[in-house]
Design a protein around this ligand. Structure first.
Ligand code: TIU
Length: 223
């Protein structure tokens, strides 16, 4: 067991029953020319999360923890893309359109891939998800229950969209979700702040929030 300094309260977790879940750290969200930029966002704002994520990923691998990566996207025929998602707003490019990193948010295209700094290694499940939540229309829940996982350390982008949705789904399914604040980022700094505040409010209504340094310190103590 390790004891992590977190908000709204410290939490004790068994690393053998804990998975690191890295949400959608894809080129389409973090690099110019992808989905994030097509929506009108400054993708540079997400860079801050990369190095903290890299450090947590290295520590999780060293500790032998289950590491799971997710990617948001759709099949090339786009049968799994709801029209309401494809048609909404007035982006410069829509899902499925051709961009400098291939078709926007389409599986198999360069933009859909995970950034090189956080690239999965053999044995780490990669969950392709059509929605915001990582449990929706995926086998994530099955993988976690087969491995006896009770706790999720959650990193990734964006804080208020796919991270928050996944944490809410995970909370309803009985997982203790600990969101690593500096390992998440948003195109809207105020949404990042409030996205974390919503998770830890009311005694931790959806989960816990901790800094990567707090987690790494707790892991180092137990090593
Ligand atoms: N992964 C994820 O958060 N998908 C988004 O579309 N996020 C936005 O903030 N747009």
């Amino acid at each position: 067991m390790i004891q992590v300094v977190a908000e709204p309260a410290p939490i004790a977790i068994d690393l053998a029953r804990t998975a690191l879940v890295i949400i959608d750290m894809q080129r389409d969200f973090l690099e110019p020319g992808g989905f994030g930029e097509a929506l009108g966002n400054d993708v540079g704002l997400l860079k801050a999360a990369v190095e903290p994520c890299r450090q947590v990923l290295a520590a999780a691998r060293k500790a032998g923890m289950l590491v799971i990566h997710t990617r948001e996207g759709h099949s090339p025929d786009m049968n799994d893309a709801p029209p309401v998602k494809v048609e909404r707003g007035s982006p410069s490019k829509r899902i499925g359109d051709a961009g400098p990193m291939g078709r926007i948010l389409i599986q198999g295209e360069p933009g859909h891939d995970i950034i090189s700094a956080l690239y999965p290694i053999a044995g780490e499940p990669v969950i392709d998800k059509p929605g915001k939540g990582a449990f929706y229309a995926t086998n994530l829940g099955l993988i976690l229950s087969n491995r006896g996982i009770e706790n999720l350390l959650v990193c990734g982008v964006t804080t208020e969209v796919c991270v928050n949705t996944t944490v809410r789904e995970g909370n309803d399914r009985g997982f203790r979700c600990i969101v690593l604040s500096d390992c998440c980022a948003s195109y809207f700094p105020e949404f990042h702040k409030m996205g974390l505040a919503m998770i830890k409010a009311q005694g931790g209504i959806f989960g816990w929030v901790a800094g990567s340094k707090q987690l790494l310190a707790a892991m180092a103590k137990s090593a």
